[in-house]
Ligand binder design. Structure first.
Ligand SMILES: Cc1cc2nc3c(=O)[nH]c(=O)nc-3n(C[C@H](O)[C@H](O)[C@H](O)COP(=O)(O)O)c2cc1C
Length: 367
């Protein structure tokens, strides 16, 4: 059994919990914990966000929605703006280049149920950056801050808090997250998330946390640390190194949505949770597939569910064989039946999901 890690006991204990296990305020909302689900286009759709919250995510941000009005009626955007049955507060991320259009997009999404608007200045995707949106905006601070001001001005009368997600900068020689975060705070942003990589890095190399620590030290609004948080130990190490108010988890939650409760539990108690029961994973995965098929329809839904199934079974016994088999299945019911049969067989090997032991803090976050 693990000892309670250093730093947990010394945090001020409101609600009888260590600081990083306490709820956190975001505008008028009190988020239940400090482990957030990152927005990932093509991944964190409504079924995924609902699941992430069921498994303990304190906050979940939608995939980005474009500001291009002509695309709002497209199937893709209307699916992204559909929040039916999603527990609140509903946070929608918008991406664009023009302050007026961004303000319009914010209002459009608030009308459709958004309770928090997140501005994307973190996405490195070419189709976003070539039109000066996403992380490209970090190169043009005046424009970036004009966007932030316009969105805050649109949202403030509606009582909707605005958050900002960015990288550390455009490239190693232009790490301007601090200047932008300060400007955004002055403009009225309620929370800033920083992915510890520059735009130039894409997803390569390792996230660095010094810039996040600098931003946290300078800001009075909450700062969320993001990038390469893959385990409870790593989450704690990043929180200790940065002093950030919360962590945001992206890729490590793909096929492993229970990571949110694992991290929260560790931050609250210093203990690692046992892996989930296979029966619980079965219930969650089948519900995920049903909701996924319902959102996308049988043809697109069966195809786009394959990546999720692949992530869930990655590293599990005979997982590769299931993934290969699933890639040839075209029918939604057959897809669900095959996954159910696989998990029934897995349950015969043991009650709990077989997973590799979590690495120790020193291995995950070399000092
Ligand atoms: C497939 C994919 C799609 C992403 N889409 C978005 C997006 O729409 N908006 C955004 O701000 N970040 C997006 N990101 C970045 C993530 O939110 C996150 O900042 C990044 O993956 C680093 O966190 P991680 O190491 O925990 O994955 C995306 C990342 C991935 C892998």
């Amino acid at each position: 059994m693990l000892m309670r890690p250093d730093g947990l006991n010394s945090a001020p204990a409101r609600f009888g919990l260590p600081l990083w296990a306490q709820p956190i305020a975001l505008g008028p909302y009190l988020l239940p914990n400090r482990v957030f689900a990152a927005p990932m286009a093509g991944v964190t759709d409504r079924p995924f966000r609902v699941l992430a919250r069921r498994f303990g995510a304190g906050h979940a941000v939608s995939e980005m929605v474009t500001t291009k009005r002509e695309l709002w009626d497209s199937l893709k955007t209307s699916r992204r703006a559909d929040h039916t049955g999603e527990p609140g507060p509903i946070a929608v991320q918008i991406a664009g280049v023009d302050p007026v259009e961004m303000a319009d997009a914010a209002r459009y999404n608030v009308e459709r149920g958004a309770q928090i608007i997140d501005i994307n200045m973190g996405c490195p995707a070419k189709k976003v950056c070539n039109v000066w949106a996403g992380s490209a905006l970090m190169q043009d601070e005046p424009r970036a801050l004009a966007i932030v001001r316009a969105v805050v001005q649109a949202c403030a009368p509606l009582g909707v808090p605005v958050t900002l997600k960015m990288r550390t900068g455009w490239c190693a020689t232009a790490r301007n997250a601090l200047a932008l975060a300060l400007g955004a705070q002055d403009a009225g942003v309620a929370l800033v998330t920083i992915h510890g990589r520059t735009r130039e890095q894409g997803y390569s190399g390792q996230a660095e946390y010094d810039t996040i620590a600098q931003v946290k030290a300078a800001l009075s609004i909450p700062v969320v640390a993001n990038g390469d948080i893959t385990s409870p130990h790593k989450a704690l190490a990043v929180l200790q190194a940065t002093g950030a108010d919360a962590v945001m988890v992206g890729r490590a939650a793909q096929g492993r949505p229970w990571i949110f409760r694992e991290i929260h539990h560790f931050l609250a108690t210093g203990q690692l949770l046992a892996p989930p029961l296979v029966a619980e994973v079965r219930r969650a995965l089948l519900a995920h597939l049903h909701e996924h098929h319902a959102l996308y329809g049988p043809v697109v839904g069966v195809r786009s569910a394959r990546k999720h199934i692949g992530w869930y079974v990655s590293g599990l016994p005979d997982g590769d064989a299931l993934r290969r088999a699933i890639n040839t299945v075209q029918d939604e019911h057959e897809q669900i039946d095959r996954v159910a049969a696989y998990l029934d067989t897995l349950a015969q090997r043991g009650d709990r999901l077989p997973v590799a032991a979590a690495p120790e803090a020193a291995e995950v976050f070399p000092t």
